[in-house]
Design a protein around this ligand. Structure first.
Ligand code: ZN
Length: 294
């Protein structure tokens, strides 16, 4: 199995969540062993996708360098990571990635349009060797060794539409596209009103998030899945795990996880080389691993 990039450059324009103004997003192919590199064309700054460049995880995952940031990268990265793309340049002409409909469906369509190209170098993959857990109170995120790639997530909200939701994704690209990619981000009306009062989330609307009041979903079209909330949490987790820098094999499990806990999990994983091994996918003995990313 080989490293990949996209076959041709593609782009789209969408609204940025925070400023509410249009952002142009362009994806370009990159050579082998380049990784994922963000580029802000408005200020001529490149930012490599590594945990060291994560500067904020409160509302979204934000990377930055020299005081220049790119916000809300996780939904795009979720699609890129699920498609197993190793090398890619992501160009935006503002400080955020367009939010589209609050899911990763538009990015999947963009990647389908671009096509996948194999490069002349073996794909590297990380095999989780030890259990790594980050816990804060009753919330935790965890990676554990497994021959399969699985994402399990549980959320509990004292809200009649959400309550307790659990979901397990047995990862394949097709399962991701069918079960996860269309799940939208969500927020509560009082939070949206608060953010607006602070001049944030100016682009936020019922077009790019599920919004709930105390009792119900306000979007006239309703939900795409009854458990759309927990499915979106898996979408976020996949995007956040892309910061590892390569696809992995193991189990991801979370109870009320967040961007912040996911970031701490990637740091804890990479801190000790005993936690993992990096395998080059060549030869028959890696057939099982290759199946997961077929
Ligand atoms: Zn999200």
């Amino acid at each position: 199995m080989y490293q990949t990039t996209i076959k041709k450059a593609v782009e789209l324009v969408g609204i940025g969540l925070h400023k509410g103004s249009p952002v142009r997003l362009r994806l370009e192919p990159l050579e082998k062993n380049s990784g994922i590199i963000f580029y802000r064309s408005d200020v001529d700054v490149s930012i490599a996708l590594t945990p060291a460049n994560v500067v904020d995880t409160k509302m979204a995952t934000v990377i930055g360098k020299d005081n220049y940031v790119i916000s809300t990268i996780e939904h795009l990265l979720s699609a890129v990571y699920a498609y197993g793309i190793d090398n890619l340049r992501v160009i935006v002409d503002a400080d955020e990635v367009p939010v589209m409909d609050g899911s990763s469906a538009s990015y999947c369509m963009l990647l389908d349009e671009a096509g996948i190209k194999e490069l002349d170098a073996p794909k590297k993959i990380m095999r989780i060797k030890k259990e790594i857990m980050v816990q804060e109170g009753d919330k935790y995120v965890k990676l554990s060794p497994s021959p399969d790639l699985r994402y399990g997530f549980t959320i509990k909200f004292a809200h009649p539409v959400i309550n307790k939701q659990e979901y397990v994704l047995n990862f394949t690209k097709e399962n991701y596209k069918n079960e996860i990619a269309r799940a939208r981000t969500f927020g509560f009306l009082h939070e949206v009103q608060y953010l607006r009062s602070k001049g944030l989330a100016l682009g936020g609307s019922l077009d790019n998030a599920i919004v709930l009041d105390d009792k119900k979903v306000l979007n006239p079209e309703g939900l795409r899945f009854t458990d759309e909330f927990v499915r979106h949490k898996i979408l976020d987790a996949i995007g956040d795990m892309s910061l590892i820098g390569m696809n992995f094999i193991g189990n991801y499990e979370a109870m009320a996880g967040s961007h912040d806990l996911n970031h701490k999990l990637t740091l804890a994983l990479l801190k000790d080389a005993e936690n993992y091994e990096v395998i080059e996918l060549v030869g028959e003995k890696t057939a099982e691993l290759e199946k997961a990313y077929a």
